[in-house]
Design a protein around this ligand. Structure first.
Ligand code: NAD
Ligand code: MG
Length: 332
């Protein structure tokens, strides 16, 4: 079982003596900066000149500087710019300020694990990865609750890296909920696997294939949309709140019997083999290499796939049907 750290395992004083530089002020960045500030830490936010986030961080009462300035001044540098920009920001504005005694931090292991960022060996390299979007993390903190997080140590130059990372985790509020020990490899590989196989790739392909099956069999697309997409949220909410047993408690016995007997016919042994292949592709670095090259080439496949998927019949039918449900808020 995983090792989990709580409040009594982390010493906030370790980090209160330091200057913490938060690079980026987006979803994660704003929550980390404000939570640490409210925990009594000395926080600076690093942005590029002209960033829209610059005035909003200042209005929140935070000290803001360029990434270079913040990297120079900070003892602890948390990189919270989008993953595909981290290498460039690191190479241009952070690496020259890294020296012994500093700690470089991440909230996702992609760039370190896949060797896009190779920090000097005399700095600590750690991760605190909250298991919530930034806005949820800030909202819970304000209510006096923390969100769970992961902690990992990639480089322990100071021989105190885990304690330093846990102090940071306590500062953002996560020690209240629990901070689970992991590694950069485990966090990165399982994160990619989860989003590819279940959360994003698996679920959209399941919905789309089921929708197409009904439509091709002559059923109306509007009916197929409700059955295969719209109702999903209700059931997922039950699973999220109380596990699969709770979801099954809320459905009819007919639905439950169909679940047990037909589910394994759809997600069969063949799908398990496909999942193993997707995992092997992540572990070998093949997926990371493909995605890095795709970005370097200006994202030709990504942009084409985005367009093609946005034009699928399920999206046009869904757009019309959601107008019948004004309580559904579309976010651009
Ligand atoms: P985001 O897109 O919400 O925010 C990125 C921020 O970086 C913005 O403030 C942007 O202005 C700034 N930025 C962009 N280019 C910059 C540059 N050149 N110099 C300085 N700042 C720049 O990103 P996010 O979702 O907060 O993700 C940040 C990290 O957190 C990623 O590693 C991500 O994997 C990780 N993470 C995200 C979540 C989440 O729920 N969003 C959860 C856990 C971990
Ligand atoms: Mg994830």
């Amino acid at each position: 079982m995983a090792k989990i750290y709580y409040e009594q395992d982390a010493n906030l004083d370790l980090i209160k003596e330091k200057t913490i530089g938060i690079i980026g002020y987006g979803s994660q960045g704003h929550a980390h900066a404000l939570n640490l500030r409210d925990s009594g830490c000395n926080v600076m936010v690093g942005l590029y000149p002209g960033s829209k986030s610059w005035p909003s961080a200042q209005t929140a009462g935070l000290r803001v500087g360029t990434v270079e300035e913040v990297a120079r001044e900070a003892d602890v540098i948390m990189v919270l710019v989008p993953d595909q920009l981290q290498k460039q920001v690191y190479d241009e504005s952070i690496v020259q300020s890294l020296k012994a005694g500093k700690m470089l931090m991440f909230a996702h292991g992609f760039n370190v694990h896949f060797n896009q960022i190779i920090p000097p060996s005399d700095v600590d390299v750690t991760m605190i990865a909250p298991k919530a979007p930034g806005h949820g993390m800030r909202d819970q903190f304000v209510k006096g609750i923390g969100v769970p997080a992961l902690v990992a140590v990639h480089q322990n130059a100071s021989e105190n890296a885990l304690q330093m990372a846990l102090a940071y985790g306590k500062g953002v509020g996560s020690a209240k909920a629990g901070i689970i020990e992991t590694t950069f490899a485990e966090e990165t590989e399982t994160d990619l696997f989860g989003e590819q196989v279940v959360l994003c790739g698996g679920v959209t392909q399941l919905i789309k294939t089921a929708f197409e099956t009904l439509v091709q069999a002559g059923y109306q697309p509007e009916i197929a949309y409700f059955e295969c997409l719209h109702e999903l949220k209700l059931l997922v909410d039950f699973i999220h709140e109380g596990g699969m047993a709770y979801m099954r408690y809320t459905i009819s016995d007919t639905a439950e019997y169909g679940d047990y007997t037909r589910g394994p016919k759809v997600i069969d042994e063949h799908v398990r083999q496909n999942m193993k292949q997707v995992l092997a592709n992540i572990q070998s670095g093949a997926f990371a290499r493909e995605w890095i090259l795709e970005n370097q080439a200006g994202r030709p496949s990504f942009n084409a796939l985005r367009k093609q998927n946005a034009e699928h019949m399920i999206e046009t039918v869904g757009g019309e049907l959601r107008k019948m449900m004004p309580w559904l808020q579309k976010k651009d």
